[in-house]
Ligand binder design. Structure first.
Ligand SMILES: [Zn+2]
Length: 376
């Protein structure tokens, strides 16, 4: 059919108007999607790949890893040497066995013994144990608060982390780009009487562990001594990749933590067992805590300190870890009003952008713990 020219123009005009409309509708649609996609929902929990980089799997049992798989979590199980844990060699064999069975799900961090500290052979033995562990797949090293709070030399002096005897070990790790996870010092509450502690889980822990309740041990190094010894090793070994466990023992103040993160570019922190300290700050300074997460989004690593030990009751353990992972997820992705069993005040979820949530749950773990996903 032959169209008269005026009709043809009219038709073209209509078609282009329609096209224009469609384009702007599409733009509007993609804008809406972009806003909606900027945040995760509570329901996204199981769909997002996440890491928990501070757990302790101290029994040869698969209940924990199975739950991690269901919740889309990959794990870093951390060997450490408190008196009430299995010997470190046993922890290492359990870790190796589990990593072998679940190479896509799990990596492990080794540690070293402080036995015979005063002996001339201590240093070489510790280094040998570490090298052997790296050959056996360990991807990081943990140093614990017994340095600074327990170990004394032959003269009865507390051994701090900046003791020069640690230097060859730290230099070795720095040279090999192997991260050191440092749990040095304790939450500041440890220096307070039980009834003045701000966080109930701290009260609970220190009432069970009076040996680490520093308020009861005024002759021990102070909180400031612990923090400055740690700061001095970061100053002395600027190439060391250092992950401060438990928010680097600066859990009580985002400002103090920010100062260290500014000063030491090779320092990141894990949140293990200290998220409640940030929630406590969010109760009175929500904006400040949220801004802190945005500003230091490349330095904060999600972790819990959950553990599998003793006789496992699988359903009970799995419920406990699932519930706490989900609770934490809600704090990061939603802006719901929430409560913690650790203190009375209500606080609001941070509703962090997706990109920040991806970093704290995944990208930072992969960046700071190179090798955490080497099997994948
Ligand atoms: Zn731990």
């Amino acid at each position: 059919m032959k169209l008269y020219k005026p009709f043809l123009y009219l038709r073209l005009l209509v078609v282009s108007a329609l096209l224009l409309q469609c384009t702007s509708a599409n733009q509007r649609l993609s804008q809406t999607n972009a806003t909606e996609n900027a945040y995760y929902s509570i329901e996204d929990f199981a769909n997002v790949v996440k890491y928990d980089t501070h757990v302790h799997l101290n029994v040869d049992d698969t209940a924990f890893v199975t739950q991690a798989r269901a919740d889309n979590f990959r794990l870093l199980t951390v060997n450490v040497n408190p008196a009430y844990y299995p010997p470190i060699e046993e922890q290492r064999s359990i870790a190796m066995k589990l990593v072998d069975a679940y190479p896509n799900q799990l990596a492990y961090a080794t540690t070293f013994s402080l036995d015979n500290w005063d002996s001339d052979e201590w240093q070489q033995k510790a280094l040998n144990y570490l090298k052997e562990s790296f050959d056996k797949g360990a991807i990081a090293v943990k140093v614990w608060k017994n340095v600074g709070m327990e170990l004394k030399d032959k003269n009865g002096k507390f051994v701090m982390i900046d003791n020069p005897k640690f230097d060859p070990i730290i230099d070795y790790l720095a040279k090999k780009h192997i991260p050191l996870i440092g749990h040095l010092g304790e939450p500041k509450n440890a220096w307070m009487p039980l009834n003045q502690m701000t966080i109930k889980s701290n009260q609970n822990y220190f009432s069970k562990h009076p040996e680490y309740h520093m308020y009861l041990h005024p002759e021990y190094p102070s909180y400031e001594d612990q923090i400055s010894a740690r700061d001095r090793i970061l100053q002395k070994h600027p190439d060391l990749i250092f992950v401060g466990a438990h928010l680097g023992s600066l859990e009580w103040s985002i400002e103090e933590l920010a100062k260290r993160l500014d000063r030491f570019p090779n320092m990141a922190v894990d949140m293990a067992a200290r998220l409640s300290a940030l929630q406590y700050q969010a109760a009175t300074n929500w904006q400040g805590v949220r801004d802190f997460f945005i500003k230091y989004q490349d330095r904060l690593i999600y972790a819990t300190d959950l553990e599998a030990a003793g006789n496992i009751n699988a359903p009970e353990l799995q419920k406990r870890i699932h519930d706490s992972w989900l609770r934490d997820w809600n704090f990061f992705v939603s802006d719901l009003s929430m409560h913690s069993s650790s203190f009375d005040e209500a606080f609001k979820g941070l509703k962090l952008p997706k990109s920040v949530v991806n970093k704290i749950y995944r990208n930072n773990a992969e960046k700071w713990f190179k090798g955490i996903n080497k099997h994948r």
